[in-house]
Ligand binder design. Structure first.
Ligand SMILES: Nc1ncnc2c1ncn2[C@@H]1O[C@H](COP(=O)(O)OP(=O)(O)OP(=O)(O)O)[C@@H](O)[C@H]1O
Length: 241
């Protein structure tokens, strides 16, 4: 479904993604681990079409995603609807006046009828146990509450792949458990998950494949979780990230 070939990306002079090649199949749950600044968020921005590679090719469903593809709004919309992105910093994601409006925004933009929008919003509020926040101003919520609303605003769009950058940061233990269960259910229902996390224990509960970056912004390991379980040395390294 996603195919990256020899991708480089540089914000300035030096590469933040250094020759990344990856293929991600429909419905895969993949965790991305690595030191701070190794390139995980940059990769996610690229996958979501927010930045384009300096070199290399990115294909989404066999379609080359480049500046020309993204310049056409109808094409960019196909990508943005298929891939939902929960940002590391929820503040950049939340801009509506109420939580309910925030969750309704995506499906409204998709042109769904008001009853369907309402149903999706109510379902997601219940799923995330945030009904009590429905009429609050997103900007005034706590960090953890904002994260849940950001996730809700993506879930109401029902994307094929959900990209989550540090989804557990700032959440209470109870909410971390709730999100882990929710992600497990979404994956069982066929949704692809791409998750950046520094928490190996949580990664093991959600992902079935782990991709590891190093400080030189390269992928050093790409292995199924079952294989990782047989590599105690690598697990020790990942547990310290
Ligand atoms: N807007 C930017 N301008 C310049 N450099 C940037 C920008 N965003 C990120 N970088 C640099 O790109 C590299 C990769 O950053 P990125 O945010 O992708 O890392 P990360 O693996 O997600 O890190 P973390 O685990 O801390 O979230 C880092 O060296 C970072 O300093």
């Amino acid at each position: 479904m996603l195919n990256l070939q020899h991708i480089h990306y540089a914000y300035t002079q030096t590469d933040s993604l250094n020759d990344i090649s990856l293929t991600i199949q429909v419905g895969e749950a993949v965790a991305f681990m690595g030191p701070n600044g190794s390139g995980k968020s940059t990769l996610f921005k690229l996958i979501n079409g927010l930045i384009q590679p300096s070199a290399g090719q990115y294909y989404f469903k066999d379609q080359l995603v480049d500046a020309r593809f993204l310049k056409k709004p109808a094409q960019a919309t196909v990508l943005h609807r298929a891939i939902g992105f929960v940002f590391q910093n929820s503040d950049v994601q939340l801009f509506n006046e109420t939580v309910r409006a925030e969750l309704a925004f995506g499906p409204e933009q998709m042109g769904l009828d008001p009853d369907e929008v309402q149903t999706r919003v109510d379902d997601c509020l219940a799923l995330l146990q945030i009904e009590h926040l429905a009429d609050r101003v997103p900007y005034q919520l706590s960090g953890g509450e904002k994260k849940l609303v950001a996730l809700g605003s993506v879930l109401t769009m029902n994307p094929e792949i959900i990209v989550l950058d540090e989804p557990f940061n700032g959440l209470s233990a109870a909410y971390q458990t709730l999100i882990i269960h929710l992600l497990q259910q979404l994956n069982q229902a066929g949704k692809g998950l791409l998750i950046a996390s520094h928490n190996l224990a949580q990664v093991k509960q959600v992902a079935k494949r782990v991709v590891v970056f190093n400080e030189d912004h390269q992928v050093t390991h790409d292995l199924p979780l079952a294989k990782l379980e047989q590599e105690p040395e690598l697990q020790r390294t990942l547990a310290l990230l």
